[in-house]
Design a binder for this molecule. Structure first.
Ligand SMILES: Cc1cc2nc3c(=O)[nH]c(=O)nc-3n(C[C@H](O)[C@H](O)[C@H](O)COP(=O)(O)OP(=O)(O)OC[C@H]3O[C@@H](n4cnc5c(N)ncnc54)[C@H](O)[C@@H]3O)c2cc1C
Length: 533
């Protein structure tokens, strides 16, 4: 793929997207018929010199990929990225039993897919239901029904990824990201994720993609058992020899554990086995909601509202007292705040958006970092802290899964008021006015106030006193790590592959999926598929 950067066009250009592509082709000297595909990879606004200008990066792929590298020198604005070739070596020694993958979030899904594509016919255990039933359970909860502790925003087919915003952005630069993108494309994701710098699928389209990948796993001989929870790991001679589940016991020597960051019962089980769990940093805070038009105005200035511009996205961070960082996270343009609890008696916020990103509000988590020092390096204390915050938010919301909320101006004064202006909160179970600062330890509330004040200096929308904060956001990433070695196996239990976000090795859809591929590749390297499958 060729990337042509810094194509600058005035706001008055009638069809700037098409013009940018035309100019990119001209810069490369491409005759008609040579281009296979591509589109706008990135669009920003340069408003530094008075008159705002649209600045495009255009991606172009050629019918003959081999010709792309020769064009990379056409201009300093042109660069070339090569499509990686993937080869996963498979070992000689056949396994006695099919490998087991626990959890069907992005990590488990991609681990199972790679194993299935190489003839290992994995057995996949997922505590929640298949997609359709899960969507029904989530919708019933949003409409005021009971919380199903195994079918919610965290648990069920697709894991936390299913109701996610579907942003595939990652800064890891791992070549395996291309494998994930290719798989998403093959299974129905929008074509532009191949070239957009900030690819976004949207929760609506992501669901079809997840179901299609599961169908491929099953078509290759994999088995997925829904409503089946891992309850124990059996060992013989210091290595894995089987699993205990709510659907009975299964023998296996190779176990990929991809249970996500909310599987607290599973973490307790692992701790009870004496496996090496350690604290890792995570963050807590709330969701901030603004009018999308205010965000666009802050980012695009005089160009805001121009039809060519995408809905504005931002990321802010500020170092604050106590060596902590306050930052925005998982920003969802045109999205809604969602009810992400998985335990009874707790309130948890998160955010999502549809592919069209056409909601009235923008939301982002505003969170402050915590780490092992806050919990005496005891992972059980870190989980207890998360739970305690979620329960405090539940009580403050009135005990029926409404969420405590406060306007930004009020939070900065510690006033506990929700004087709604233009921003109508979107949290589906309703909001209740609350002094959010009183729900968090004083040091963290003070840090968040300091951070929000600094954000106001960086971005005009953060000075709007009627922006709404809804809380609490506690599941930003896993509070712990299950320690593994360079062979991807748990240092204390051969045959166990701690994987994905829950094990502490990923944060987000793309990195979780890549980690699933890595664990499966490590497993395959030393083993062959069981005989007689
Ligand atoms: C609302 C929301 C929006 C998000 N938006 C984005 C986004 O836009 N971009 C992004 O990159 N990330 C986003 N994320 C985060 C992303 O979804 C996670 O980082 C990712 O899903 C982690 O993948 P995982 O496979 O490691 O774990 P998970 O997706 O959490 O999957 C773990 C799976 O394991 C199952 N499980 C747990 N315990 C057991 C057990 N004992 N037995 C059997 N099964 C078990 C669970 O039911 C679950 O299906 C969002 C998350 C949420 C909740």
């Amino acid at each position: 793929m060729l990337l042509v950067r810094n194509i600058r066009l005035p706001l008055t250009c009638s069809d700037p997207g098409a013009e940018a592509v035309r100019r990119a082709r001209r810069m490369l000297g491409l005759p008609a018929g040579k281009t296979a595909g591509g589109g706008i990879a990135k669009l920003s606004v340069d408003a530094r010199h008075g008159k705002p200008v649209l600045v495009y990066t255009v991606a172009i792929t050629l019918n003959d990929e081999g010709e792309e590298s020769a064009l990379a020198g056409a201009s300093p604005c042109v660069c070339f990225t090569r499509k990686p070739d993937f080869h996963f070596p498979v070992g000689q020694m056949p396994l006695a039993h099919r490998p087991v993958v626990v959890g069907l979030g992005p990590a488990g899904l991609f681990a199972a897919l790679l194993l299935a594509r190489h003839g290992f016919c994995p057995l996949v255990l997922e505590r929640g239901p298949a997609l359709e039933q899960r969507v029904q359970a989530v919708q019933a909860f949003e409409k005021g029904g009971a919380l199903n502790q195994d079918a919610n925003i965290q648990f069920g087919e697709g894991g936390a990824g299913t109701f996610s915003d579907g942003k595939l952005t990652t800064r890891t630069g791992d070549a395996l990201c291309a494998y994930v993108t290719e798989t998403f494309l093959k299974h129905g994701a929008p074509g532009n994720i191949a070239w957009r710098q900030k690819p976004h699928v949207g929760t609506d389209l992501l669901r079809g993609v997840i179901a299609a990948i599961r169908a491929e796993i099953e078509s290759l001989g994999g088995t997925v058992l829904f409503n089946t929870r891992l309850t124990g790991i059996e060992t013989r001679g210091g290595a894995v020899c089987g699993v205990k589940t709510t659907a009975g016991e299964f023998a296996c020597e190779q176990l990929i554990l991809a249970v996500g960051h909310s599987a607290r019962d599973t973490f307790s089980m692992l701790g009870g086995m004496g496996l090496p769990l350690e604290c890792k940093p995570f963050s807590v805070g709330f969701r901030a909601e603004h009018l999308q038009t205010e965000i666009d105005r802050s980012l695009y200035h005089g160009a805001a509202g121009h039809p060519a511009l995408p809905r504005g996205e931002y990321q802010l961070s500020q170092h604050v007292d106590g060596g902590r960082c306050v930052y925005t996270f998982c920003m969802c343009p045109g999205g809604t705040v969602c009810a992400a609890a998985s335990e009874e008696g707790g309130v948890v916020t998160n955010g999502m958006s549809l592919h069209a990103r056409n909601g009235r509000n923008a939301n982002a988590a505003v969170v402050v970092s915590v780490d092992g020092r806050d919990f005496d390096n005891d992972p059980a204390k870190a989980v207890a802290f998360q739970r305690q915050l979620e329960q405090a938010a539940f009580r403050a919301g009135g005990g029926n899964y409404a969420a405590p909320a406060e306007t930004v101006g009020s939070f900065l004064q510690g006033a506990g008021r929700l004087d709604l202006g233009n921003v109508q909160p979107t949290y589906p179970r309703g909001v209740v006015p609350c002094d959010l600062g009183s729900l968090l330890p004083g040091e963290l509330s003070a840090a968040l106030r300091q951070g929000l004040t600094a954000f106001g200096r960086k971005m005009a929308a953060y000075r709007a006193p009627d922006a709404v904060l809804t809380g609490l956001e506690t599941r930003t990433s896993s509070p712990l790590r299950l320690v593994r070695g360079t062979d991807f196996q748990c240092v204390a239990l051969p045959g166990l592959y701690p994987c994905g976000e829950g094990a502490g090795y990923a944060g987000g859809i793309m990195t979780a999926a890549v980690d699933g591929l890595r664990c499966a590749a490590a497993l395959m390297e030393h083993n062959a598929p069981p005989r007689g499958l």
